[in-house]
Design a protein around this ligand. Structure first.
Ligand code: XIL
Length: 359
C-alpha cells in the first residue's frame, strides 16, 4: 500500500505548480511550507464541527495511545464514543450503570476543547442479554426505555451537545425495522425516547440517525415522513444524522445529490449532520482508488458546506489502523483520512482544502 508523507506531498505539489515552460513571466514564488493547520481550525472558521468516533477499546487506551490521542485532539473538535455509550456498555445489568469508560472520553473531550456527540440511546443492536432474553410486557419495555434514556441523558446533562436518540429505526425498504424496541412497544418507542431525552436535558440537540438516507429512495422518503410526523406531533427532535458509510466511486453520493437530500430534511426545521463518515475502498488499495476516495470525501464536505443546517461532520474513526470496516465488510478497508501509520492520505488533504477554500 502507498504511504503518504504530508510534507513530501505538500512540497511535491508546490514544486509541480512552479514547473511550467514559461521563462519570461515573473519568477516563480518560493516553495510554500506545507500547510500544517489542523482540520478543526478550518472547520471552525466555517462554523462547523469536525469530529471523530473514538473507541476506548482501540488505541485510545493502548500502548501507542499517546500518538492516537494527540492526533485526535489536534485535528478534531468533536468526539463520539464509538461504542462506550451504547446500551450494553452503559447498563450491562438491569439497573447497574457503568459510566466510567464513557466518562473518560467525555473528560478527554472537555480537556481538549472538543464537543461530545452521544451515540446512541435506543438501537436494535448492542443490547445486553438481560434485556433481550427477558420476558417483558409492553408497559415494562416502555419503563425500561424511559429509565435508560433518562438516567444516561441525565448523567451527561450539559456535557453532551447532541444525542443520537434513536438509531436505525427503519429497514432498507423504509418500513419500521423489527427489533427489541419495535417488537415490544411498536413504532411509538421513537417518540417516547425523544420525549424522555428532552425531559432529562432540554438543551441537548436530539437526533434521529440512520444510514442509506443520503440518497433519494424509499428509505429517505420514509425517514422524511417519520421526521415530518414527529415534528408535527411536537416530539422534540432537532436533527437528522446521515451516517455516511460509503463505498468509494459510485457508492458515494455526489455533492449535488447529497445537498438536495439534506435540503429536504432541513426544510423540516432540522439540523442535518454527517455523523459516521467513512469511504471504504478494496484492500489492498491503489493510489488511483485513494484519489477517487479523496474526491468522494470532497463531495460530502462540499454538500455540507452548501447546507446551512449542516454544521457537523463526524468521521467514524480517523486512522486506518482502527476502523470497523475490515471486520464488517470483507475485502474492504482504508476508509479513513489517515493511513495506519497516521500519515494523511489524499482524502485528508481533500477534506482540509475543501474546509479551507469552500466547496
Ligand atoms: C460499530 C462500531 O464501529 C463497531 O466497533 C461495533 O463493533 C459495531 O458498531 N452504525 C452505527 C454505529 O450507528 O454504532 C456502528 O458502529 C456502525 C454502523
Amino acid at each position: 500500500m502507498r504511504r503518504h508523507a504530508p510534507l513530501a506531498l505538500g512540497a511535491a505539489l508546490a514544486i509541480a505548480a512552479c514547473g511550467g515552460e514559461t521563462t519570461t513571466s515573473p519568477p516563480p514564488p518560493p516553495v510554500q511550507a506545507a500547510d500544517t493547520t489542523p482540520l478543526r481550525t478550518y472547520a471552525a472558521a466555517r462554523g462547523l464541527f469536525i469530529g471523530s468516533a473514538v473507541d476506548r477499546g482501540f488505541r485510545y487506551a493502548g500502548s501507542d495511545g499517546v500518538q492516537f490521542r494527540s492526533v485526535l485532539a489536534h485535528q478534531f473538535d468533536m468526539l463520539v464514543p464509538e461504542n462506550d455509550m451504547k446500551f450494553d456498555h452503559l447498563q450491562p445489568q438491569q439497573g447497574t450503570y457503568v459510566f466510567v469508560h464513557a466518562d473518560s472520553l467525555v473528560a478527554f473531550a472537555a480537556a481538549n476543547g472538543m464537543q461530545v456527540r452521544g451515540h446512541t440511546l435506543v438501537w436494535h443492536r448492542q443490547l445486553p442479554s438481560w434485556l433481550t432474553s427477558g420476558t417483558w410486557t409492553p408497559t415494562q419495555a416502555e419503563s425500561l426505555l424511559a429509565a435508560h434514556v433518562s438516567t444516561v441523558v441525565g448523567h451527561y446533562r450539559g456535557q453532551v451537545r447532541e444525542w443520537d436518540v434513536v438509531n436505525e429505526a427503519l429497514a432498507d425498504d423504509g418500513t419500521l425495522r423489527p427489533g427489541f424496541w419495535a417488537d415490544h412497544i411498536g413504532a411509538d418507542y421513537i417518540a417516547q425516547a425523544f420525549r424522555a431525552a428532552h425531559q432529562a436535558d432540554s438543551t441537548a440537540i436530539l437526533f434521529y440517525n440512520d444510514y442509506g438516507i443520503e440518497w433519494p429512495g424509499a428509505k429517505a422518503d420514509s425517514a422524511y415522513a417519520l421526521l415530518a410526523r414527529l415534528r408535527a406531533q411536537g416530539v422534540p427532535v432537532g436533527g437528522v444524522g446521515s451516517q455516511g458509510h460509503f463505498q468509494y466511486a459510485g457508492g458515494t453520493p455526489s455533492a449535488d445529490v447529497l445537498a438536495a437530500n439534506m435540503a429536504r430534511f432541513a426544510a423540516l426545521g432540522l439540523q442535518v449532520h454527517i455523523t459516521e463518515l467513512d469511504v471504504r475502498v478494496p484492500v489492498p488499495s491503489t493510489a488511483d482508488e485513494l484519489q477517487t476516495q479523496a474526491q468522494n470525501y470532497q463531495s460530502v464536505v462540499a454538500a455540507c458546506l452548501r447546507t446551512a443546517a449542516c454544521n457537523t461532520i463526524v468521521t467514524w474513526g480517523f486512522t486506518d489502523r482502527e476502523s470497523w470496516i475490515p471486520s464488517t465488510f470483507s475485502g474492504w478497508g482504508d476508509a479513513l483520512l489517515l493511513d495506519a501509520t497516521y500519515h494523511p492520505k489524499p482524502a485528508f488533504f481533500a477534506v482540509r482544502s475543501t474546509l479551507k477554500n469552500g466547496g
